[in-house]
Design a protein around this ligand. Sequence first.
Ligand code: LMR
Length: 337
Amino acid sequence: MKLYQPFLLCTLVLLLSSLSGGCTPRALDMEQVSPKERIVLKFSHVVAETTPKGMAAKRFALLVHQRTQGRIEVQVYPDSRLYKEGEELKALQEGSIQMIAPATANLTAMFPQWQVFDLPFLFTDYAQVHRAMDSEAARKLFSTLQTRNMLGLTMWDNGFKQMVAKKSLVNVVDFQGLRFRIMPSRVLEAQFNQLGAQTTVLPFGEVYAALEAQTIDGAENTFSNIYSKKFYQVQPYLTISNHGYLGYIVLANAPFWHNLPPDLREILEQTLQEVTVWEREIASRQNYQDFESILQAATTKIHILTPEEKNAWEKALMPVYQKFQATVGEDLIAAFR
Ligand code: LMR
């Protein structure tokens, strides 16, 4: 009987497998789209798949696959697998990839007005950010992007930035003499200079190694990026400052987009709109969850700025506004505030 039972089980499993096509899940290709007919859209980004942007890109790919019955295949390349931050934009313009969603700071060398999003303490919550993103002023900003083969489609959230560093950052004076990694934005450079620190521009994919090797003393980023790229494991201090905001511009290669069959382009645009609403809903939740995971890991000492400490940071950083008033535009700053 002891020998018989496994034998019976095996026979049953084999029988069921042959009826259902095997135990392992199989992808069903019901669409019958020939490779020639299929349009491939490469979506490249630099963050982990578990971050708000990573999840939104995957969701977009899945929904597009379903809604176009496989006529468009969105291939998502996360974690700088195809292009590093700083290389993506050129690759998009040349048409090697068709979509990207870089942080706004990455566009500021070409479009200095976009530095508005980097201004310190510009927003205090997501609702303010969304009002700015969807404002008339933002629409005008978007129109500046319709050049050099680029098409601005929408804006996605990441979240508010915090500081990780080799030493505790509580008072303004604590920044003195330290070197921070920044994205390529003059406003971000000015922000740290104003606090007495130096900066190094580095692509996102190289930040962990630089923090570990101590070629930089700290960096600013959101909880989702700090957690997914393990910055909290190589930096003993984290300050919750919410001093700046990190958001994304979703961009397409314009010739690719305009040459799409109109019915497919409409599906892409509608899906992107839906995914934008979804992405903005999950971003703050994901950042909060990642904050909790960092807290639980207990590898970094966390300090939450008190209102007084925050006021002192804010006051120290006000000259950055004066410095960039002309470049960014007084009206734009006023509209966003
Ligand atoms: C960074 O470079 O810190 C961010 O732009 C990464 C990202 O895309 O969120």
